[in-house]
Design a protein around this ligand. Structure first.
Ligand code: F42
Length: 332
């Protein structure tokens, strides 16, 4: 387990000064990476990451994830190169197709996500390598475009992926894959697809960082930790395909109640309808020992990097301290 990496996801839905405090604690607790989510409605991801870069010194800082619909890939290349400069070579880029509902809220249709992500990653990589880029894609057209500055290293590009074709694309093009899932069965399905993509591109699969980007909640009291995860799990369940839910034996009646409650903004009712099976499948939540047991199962399934995502726990700072202890135990 020596090469295993651990990180956290932070959502800029609160003051950046608070997120910076969390980032400092994460670094002090020996974590390897921080990923900041990107949605138009939250605080701007690059400002959050820049502030973290100033106040930390070792931890890697990732955009987790941006998308090619809201932000042009040339802009993303310049932004991530700037973050790399400010952080002394600690930037990582996560890119995906973007959250469908969030894009729709600002009038963007998520057309041809595979093509959009493929073109964006290609353009970003070439610009970061200092190339003069001429590119004639379906989404992006660049004519003699280049950055006026070049990062001192190859900045790793991770692709956010869950669905089969995106997982293969991630294997083909990515230095890493961010898989938004919490159950070993999902990774057992996903990893062969990533491998297939890597092999088709003649890449060494063992060099790809396979990241479990989990819904995580820990507290000394197992029930409190699980209760804190219920609303996040409600959103995951609501967005999951019915075929997957059926396969896992999840009660589709409860799922439709959750979907209706969320549509009406009744978060309490949505959370109350999340049962233990849903929690078990879509989150890692509970006491530190329960979380360790589930994390060990993910490690066995073949992942190389665990990102502990929202909500982290009912009390964030307490959760960050517990995560530090969990990581120490898993590394020993
Ligand atoms: N989304 C955000 O907006 N912000 C975030 O901060 C964020 C973080 C994040 C972290 C990890 C992670 O894994 C995902 C994250 N996401 C975030 C969500 C991400 O942006 C995507 O919404 C999510 O990963 C879903 O993508 P997916 O991998 O499931 O792929 C979808 C789009 C899909 O359905 N793909 C299918 C597949 O098999 O891969 C098929 C798509 C397909 O075939 N499309 C064709 C094409 O060319 O693209 C044609 C379709 C057409 O329209 O004609």
């Amino acid at each position: 387990m020596v090469n295993l990496k651990f990180g956290i996801e932070l959502v800029p839905d609160r003051a950046i000064s608070t997120l910076v405090e969390y980032a400092i604690i994460a670094e002090q607790n020996g974590l390897d990476s921080i990923w900041v989510t990107d949605h138009y409605c939250n605080r701007t991801v690059y400002i959050a990451l820049t502030m973290m870069a100033i106040k930390t010194s070792k931890i890697t800082l990732g955009v987790g994830v941006t998308n090619p619909y809201v932000i042009h890939p040339a802009w993303t290349a310049a932004a991530v190169a700037t973050l790399d400069e400010v952080s002394g070579g600690r930037a990582i880029l996560g890119i995906g197709s973007g959250d469908k509902a969030t894009l729709e809220a600002i009038g963007i249709e998520r057309k041809k996500p595979l093509t959009a992500v493929r073109e964006a990653v290609t353009v970003i990589r070439r610009l970061l390598a200092g190339e003069v880029v001429n590119f004639e894609g379906e989404f992006f057209k660049l004519k003699g475009a280049r950055l006026n500055f070049k990062p001192s290293r190859a900045i790793p590009i991770y692709i956010g992926a869950q669905a089969p074709k995106m997982l293969q694309l991630a294997g083909q093009l990515g230095d890493g894959v961010l898989i938004n899932a919490s159950h070993p069965k999902d990774f057992e399905k996903a990893i062969p697809l990533i491998k297939k993509g890597a092999e088709a591109a003649g890449k060494d699969f063992s060099k790809i960082d396979i990241v479990a980007y989990t819904c995580f909640s820990v507290a000394p009291d197992s029930k409190k930790a699980k209760d804190a995860a219920r609303l996040v799990v409600a959103f995951i369940v609501a967005g999951a395909p019915d075929t997957l839910l059926k396969e896992r034996g999840i009660d589709l009646g409860k799922v439709s109640t959750i979907r209706e409650a969320l549509a009406k903004g009744d978060f309490k009712k949505a959370a109350e309808n999340v049962d233990d099976l849903m929690l078990d499948y879509f989150s890692i939540s509970g006491s530190p020992d329960e979380c360790i047991e589930k994390l060990r199962e993910l490690i066995k399934a073949g992942i190389t990097h665990i990102v502990m995502g929202s909500p982290l726990g009912p009390k964030k700072k307490e959760a960050l301290a517990l995560i530090g202890e969990i990581v120490k135990k898993l590394r020993s």
